[in-house]
Ligand binder design. Structure first.
Ligand SMILES: NC(=O)c1ccc[n+]([C@@H]2O[C@H](COP(=O)([O-])OP(=O)(O)OC[C@H]3O[C@@H](n4cnc5c(N)ncnc54)[C@H](O)[C@@H]3O)[C@@H](O)[C@H]2O)c1
Length: 258
């Protein structure tokens, strides 16, 4: 039985993951962490300052984090200090925050970190890579849309898209929205929509003369992210310390290097 603690247990993603963990015969939800004390699926939720005590008491195998970036850095550090494997889905980290998490994880615990746990998005990223490799001279625009409550922009998934594009076509200036008079240059245009209850839409447009190609993904329910996070939870147990991605979990071929 794999024992799981969820950070952000009361949130949209935390509660969706909690429902799947609670229903899985090989997983046991043993506790949650959130801003306030409470209960989810019959297990206690403690405030962040009591997380260390919860880990000592419940001895989970895996901590899953879907919170906000500054909280996730602290939660990752606490879990790693207690030797607990990690699955981190939170997005919006700065370079410094990523480095801080890497320091806490490397040499101590295994951790799967992904800006998107959906299997479809991980395939979509591969398609984006292939299209960028074949169409380096086309104009590239990245579009994403999310619900009105999403705080970070562009989404972590869009940032991963930009990283993949630049691994294939080289570094380019990024232009976040357009207004006024300007000529199109070699930039990657990035366009963000926030509204309603949109679960997560991403598209990359490659525009040439007389044709466009659009590669896109739409999530209809956040359970697609939760299912991927649960897959990563089963996978990460017993792995060597280090940072892994969903590419490792799904055994997708390693990204083609330029
Ligand atoms: N990787 C993926 O596949 C994926 C998919 C969807 C969302 N996300 C990301 O997951 C994160 C959470 O998204 P959401 O929609 O569930 O947000 P949400 O606001 O619904 O949930 C976040 C939860 O974290 C809690 N929280 C805040 N600070 C905390 C702290 N210090 N300790 C413990 N809990 C704390 C909040 O109270 C809230 O319950 C975001 O960064 C989002 O971008 C990732």
């Amino acid at each position: 039985m794999i024992k799981v603690v969820i950070c952000g247990a009361m949130g949209r993603m935390g509660s969706t993951v909690g429902r799947l963990v609670d229903a899985a015969p090989d997983l046991a939800l043993v506790g949650g962490v959130d801003l306030k004390r409470g209960e989810v699926f019959g297990v206690p939720v403690v405030p962040a300052e009591d997380m260390a005590r919860l880990l000592e008491e419940k001895k989970p195998d895996v901590v899953i984090d879907f919170t906000v970036a500054p909280a996730a850095v602290k939660n990752v550090t606490t879990a790693a200090a207690h030797g607990v494997a990690l699955v981190v889905g939170t997005t919006g980290f700065s370079a410094d925050q990523k480095a801080e998490m890497a320091r806490a994880i490397e040499g101590h615990v295994p951790a799967v970190i992904s800006s998107n746990f959906s299997i479809g998005v991980n395939i979509f990223w591969q398609l984006v890579r292939e299209a960028a490799r074949l169409l380096p001279d086309y104009d590239i625009e990245v579009l994403e849309a999310h619900h009105r409550y999403k705080k970070d922009a562009p989404s972590g998934t869009a940032k991963t898209i930009i990283q993949i594009l630049e691994e294939e076509v080289g570094q380019r200036p990024k232009l976040y929205g357009r207004e006024g008079m300007m000529e199109r240059g070699k930039e990657i245009g990035v366009h963000v929509i926030r509204g309603g209850d949109i679960v997560g839409d991403h598209a990359v447009l490659f525009a040439g003369n007389f044709e466009t190609i659009q590669v896109s993904h739409r999530a209809y329910d956040r359970s697609v992210f939760a299912q991927g996070a649960v897959k990563a939870t089963r996978w990460v147990v017993g792995k060597k310390p280090g940072i892994y991605s969903m590419t490792d979990v799904l055994s997708l071929s390693a990204p083609r290097s330029k």
